[in-house]
Design a protein around this ligand. Structure first.
Ligand code: AMP
Length: 122
């Protein structure tokens, strides 16, 4: 699958559609999820055009990878997530139910999130 430059997160990066922005630098943009699944639900996306965690891990530069993950932790810190713990998720492809084909991390917290998976072993 090729990267689609018209995916919704690419449009957010180009300021073609708005987002509830939390942080931005040369490596990444963080914003609140439009349909939160927890009291705190932020998304962190790299500035570069990467389809998924797999694509980013394989093809991004060391600077992009370090810069991106440091933004993710910075945003988690800014949101106060480390105090009581939180969850970082990246959905990949069909089985992972990835809806937006621009790599992103979900940062979730603000309550007890329960066990990790409700389904997966049948
Ligand atoms: P995923 O299934 O991992 O691809 O998750 C995509 C996430 O993007 C979902 O949690 C959506 O609620 C979220 N989302 C989709 N459109 C927007 C938007 N315009 N602004 C913020 N979050 C969005």
């Amino acid at each position: 699958m090729n990267y689609d430059p018209d995916n919704i997160f690419a449009k957010i990066l180009r300021n073609e559609i708005p987002c509830d922005r939390l942080y931005e630098d040369e490596y990444a943009l963080a914003f609140n999820d439009i349909s939160p699944q927890a009291p705190i639900h932020a998304l962190v996306i790299p500035k570069g055009q990467y389809l998924s965690f797999a694509d980013f891990s394989a093809n991004a530069s060391a600077d992009e990878i370090a810069g991106f993950f440091r933004v993710a932790q910075r945003v988690a810190d800014d949101l106060g997530l480390p105090k009581d713990g939180f969850r970082v998720i990246s959905n990949i492809g069909r089985n992972g139910h990835q809806e937006v084909m621009h790599f992103h991390l979900h940062l979730l917290g603000g309550c007890d999130l329960g066990s990790m998976l409700k389904r997966g072993l049948g």
